[in-house]
Each structure stands twice: as C-alpha cells, then as structure tokens.
Design a protein around this ligand. Structure first.
Ligand SMILES: [Zn+2]
Length: 241
C-alpha cells in the first residue's frame, strides 16, 4: 500500500517505540481545512495520519517521530501521550459543526491502517483509545458515533456488552465506598482518577468519556448499574491483554 504523504513540520523525537493508538476527529468544517492546520507550523499540532470520509489516507508524520495530537493528557501514569502513541485523525465536523456518522469507507481504511501499524509495533487492545479517554475534561472526540464495536470485531480495541446489571446510580455529590471503588476501577483501566471517595465534576467527565467509548447509548456522566458493569468487564478484558 502506498500512502500519499503531506509532511507536517510539527513533530519532534520520541524516546521509545509507540505502544498506543489515539483516535481523533478533526472537528473542522472540511478535511482540507483540517489538513492545512495540521501542517501549519504556527498551529503546532499534527497527527501521524488523516483519514478522509471517502477512505483516503494521508500520512503527515513518520511513525518513528512524536506527533503533536494529544495535548495535556494521561493514561496509566503516562502524561506524555504524544511520546508513546500514534495519532490518527478521522475527518468529521465533530460536535461543534454537525457531528455525523463515520462512513464505511473511512472505517475500512482505518481498520487497514491499524492492521499495518500493529504489524510494525506492539500495541495491546487496551491501548487503542479515544482522545476523550486520555483528556476527558477537555475533549469529546472521536465521540459516541465512533464504531468501537465494529473496530473490535475487526480485531482492534476492546468491546463488551455484558448483561444489564441492576444497581443504584452514582452521580455528582455522592460520597463513600462505592464511589471510591468506582474511581479505583477507572484508575486501574487507565483514567486519571485518583480515588477520593467523592464523586466530583472530574469523575463525571471521566464517566462520560468511558460512556462515549464503551456505553454510547447513554452519555450523562452518571455511573448507573450498566455503566459500572461494563467497566468491570472491560477491566477484565484489558487485564487479559
Ligand atoms: Zn482530538
């Protein structure tokens, strides 16, 4: 496969091989506009790849280099997510400009790209993440329309649909052992959620990010029984690699 390249000047050196993939949407009105920004030295942002809605794939930065896509972020103790990840931007106007479904050719191109990238680098399924997972207070991309289930069926990332579980919801203002256990579980998965036992706005942002990825039918930052059941199952799957 020959991939056209539009080199971006916005990169620097990695300190080791990448072991994570971070998926984004471009969040701009057109793909051309997004490409121009990702190659603009003044913007100081980039990604390794951009995938157009028709499946067109463009490489901006070599995988061996550190692209600038994640910003202030965190996963499993790592704050320099750019240093450890490969960033992929999917053209989509995003929540601000008319969020829409990711077309099939775009997702097929992404699956082909992930097959190739994961043939070159050791990247576990539990480290294929959305920008919102690593920056839940700031970011909502690639968002709840992104087909994580389809991606997992193609062998990339984690997806599970456990049976519905009863249980009282936890939400902002709640305190106690249940909240502590929830935060501990989110931390174990990778989120920046040091357990305090207090369900604050940051906890709600993380639950909303978890829901965008693993429970897209309900994104309200409230940890109901089903959200908690899904967390338990995803944790188990992540532990198995
Ligand atoms: Zn992003």
């Amino acid at each position: 496969m020959t991939i056209p390249s539009t080199p971006s000047p916005n990169f620097d050196a990695r300190r080791g091989p990448p072991d994570m993939i971070v998926l984004h949407y471009t969040g701009m009105q057109t793909g051309a506009e997004a490409l121009a920004r990702l190659c603009d030295p003044a913007a100081k942002v980039s990604a390794h790849y951009v995938i157009e809605e028709d499946g067109g794939l463009v490489q901006l930065v070599a995988e061996e280099r550190r692209a600038w896509h994640a910003g202030v972020s965190f996963w499993k103790g790592e704050r320099d997510i750019n240093a450890v990840s490969i960033g992929v931007e999917l053209v989509n106007p995003g929540h601000e400009f008319g969020y829409r479904d990711f077309p099939d050719p775009q997702i097929e191109a992404l699956i082909g790209l992930l097959d190739a990238v994961r043939g070159r680098w050791e990247i576990p399924n539990g480290r294929i993440l959305g920008h919102s997972d690593v920056a839940p207070d700031r970011k909502t991309d690639p968002g709840e329309k992104f087909p994580w289930k389809r991606l997992a069926e193609a062998g990339h990332g984690l997806w599970l649909e456990p049976p519905a579980a009863p249980g009282a919801p936890l939400s902002v203002g709640d305190e106690g052992a249940g909240v502590f256990a929830l935060q501990a579980g989110l931390t174990r998965l990778g989120y920046d959620s040091a357990p305090s036992g207090k369900y604050d706005d940051h906890t709600a942002s993380i639950i909303a990010a978890f829901q965008r990825h693993w429970r897209p039918g309900r994104i309200d930052g409230i940890a109901d029984g089903e959200t908690r059941a899904r967390l338990v199952h995803i944790l188990r799957a992540a532990a198995e690699g």
